[in-house]
Design a protein around this ligand. Structure first.
Ligand code: ADP
Ligand code: MG
Length: 459
């Protein structure tokens, strides 16, 4: 339980400061304060409210404008908010600001069907079902964590057996995925190639559209189609993630939103969701025109540190310009406010020595080998478990390359899965229980506005 008594002196000081500031400014007066309230939140924060008499206030704006002065007069130590959603009030958070850790690893036990973006200060995960997130925008200047966030989402898509389309002008974001089997089209590195891969994506969309027409249940989303497919002996469809880095430059270079690339992206954005096709668009900035063209279809905006207020305003997350340069990965989102995006080392995306990409299918096969054949795998064994001949051959080849299987001279040179693969199966650490390793922040205040500056990391 919170000991409110302990916060009385701080509350009294806030009361005096608020009164003084309101009495000293034009258009405001402490006479309009109807009540002073000291309250604890379920998140263990203590908040002091000055509740104004809405029926008597001539104009709320002068009060709103006093927020900053109140905060300064309190020494800038406490966060002061102005709320105009349910009546008018000031709120002063008396408990100290909670800080997000600088680095939070992407949990390895990923929930299926969902994308996890990062953690909020109260330890809650920012994320959701892919379908609900709609399309995603990641913005941030160089060094802000844009590539890591983008890769983390691509990685999650791979782990969930998506198909991928990847486009990257610099060739620095996804080079390690150039040969990935989940790719529906070759990795695109030029604007011409961008156009080419989006053409392939649109082809896939049309293909899915014709499949949906055969389904008797008039699917409106991929889950509905797949339900019908499962009941009717049809192949299920995989979700598709189209990740386009340097989206803004690529669209601008090819004639803007009305150019070839822009038009295709807009069409994919507006029609793709129904067919399980999601866009992930990253850039250092977004022009008003470019963002305007896709905005209605975008469900999530992840704004890392950006260069200018202008960029921040264009994406609708004005405070993103205030994020500290010293906290890459920190972001402000339209859905969850401030977060620390999950950290994912790029080695997780590489084939070879440090690979840890294990699709659900691979996991199932490896577990089956452990349980049923003492770890032995062969083309015959895999085909016995339902793989096609080509599929089985490819898998044996891939696993050997990654060091996940090898021939054992002691056992008639047959192929066995390696301890490395076994350790991938067993070393899936669990998500730390949120909230008990981080103090909780003032999330009981969803309606409060204008934090003075909660985005700057203190020392
Ligand atoms: N989510 C994160 N958590 C912690 N550190 C991060 C995070 N994202 C990025 N960083 C750090 O910042 C550096 C630059 O990140 P990167 O994603 O390459 O930036 P950008 O693509 O915006 O130029 C990384 O090498 C890493 O050290
Ligand atoms: Mg980058």
């Amino acid at each position: 339980m919170i000991d409110l008594q302990r916060y009385l002196p701080a509350a009294q000081k806030a009361q005096a400061v608020i009164s003084q500031v309101l009495d000293s400014r034009p258009g405001t007066s402490s006479d309009y304060v109807q009540g002073w309230v000291l309250r604890g939140t379920p998140q263990q924060d203590v908040i002091f409210y000055a509740v104004l008499d809405a029926s008597r206030i001539p104009q709320p704006e002068p009060f709103a404008r006093a927020t900053h002065q109140i905060s300064s007069a309190l020494g800038g130590q406490q966060r002061v908010y102005w709320s105009n959603s349910t009546g008018f009030r000031f709120a002063v958070v008396l408990t100290p600001a909670k800080r997000l850790p600088r680095q939070i690893e992407l949990p390895t036990n990923l929930p299926t069907g969902r994308a996890m973006i990062g953690l909020r200060p109260d330890g809650q995960v920012a994320g959701g079902k892919w379908g609900d997130l709609k399309h995603i925008i990641v913005v941030g200047y160089t060094g802000s964590g844009k590539s890591l966030t983008t890769r983390s989402l691509v990685y999650q898509a791979i782990r969930q057996d998506f198909n991928l389309i990847l486009a990257d002008l610099d060739g620095t974001t996804f080079p390690m995925l150039a040969e990935h089997p989940a790719l529906l089209a070759p990795l695109a590195n030029t604007t011409d190639e961008f156009i080419e891969v989006l053409r392939i994506a649109l082809g896939e969309l049309e293909h899915r559209s014709s499949l949906y027409k055969q389904a008797a249940n008039y699917p409106e989303k991929i889950e509905e189609y797949n339900q019908w497919a499962a009941a009717n002996g049809q192949e299920p469809l995989k979700r598709v993630l189209i990740a386009i880095d340097e989206f803004n430059s690529a669209v601008t270079k090819t004639g803007g939103p009305d150019g070839k690339l822009g038009k295709m992206a807009v069409e994919l954005a507006s029609r793709g969701r129904k067919f399980g096709i999601s866009l992930l668009m990253s850039a250092q900035d977004f022009s008003k025109e470019v963002i305007g063209a896709v905005r209605d279809e975008v469900g999530v905006i992840i704004a890392h540190k950006v260069n200018s207020e202008n960029v921040a305003r264009n994406v609708g997350v004005a405070a993103a310009a205030q994020i500290s340069e010293r906290t890459p990965g920190r972001a402000i989102t339209n859905r969850w406010g401030l977060i620390q995006a999950f950290y994912l080392d790029k080695s997780h995306l590489m084939n070879g020595a440090s690979a840890s990409i294990l699709t659900p299918k691979e996991k199932e096969l490896a577990e089956r080998a452990q349980a049923e054949t003492g770890g032995k795998i062969s083309r015959e064994v895999l085909m016995g478990w339902g793989l096609g001949q080509g599929e089985a051959r490819r898998l044996l080849h891939d696993w050997e390359l990654r060091g996940w299987s090898e021939k054992d001279p002691m056992r008639a040179n047959a192929t066995y899965i390696t301890p490395k693969l076994v350790s991938l199966l067993t070393n899936l650490p669990t998500l730390p229980t949120p909230t008990n390793w981080l103090p909780t922040p003032p999330t009981g205040l969803p309606t409060l506005q204008t934090p003075t500056n909660p985005y700057e990391e203190g020392e």
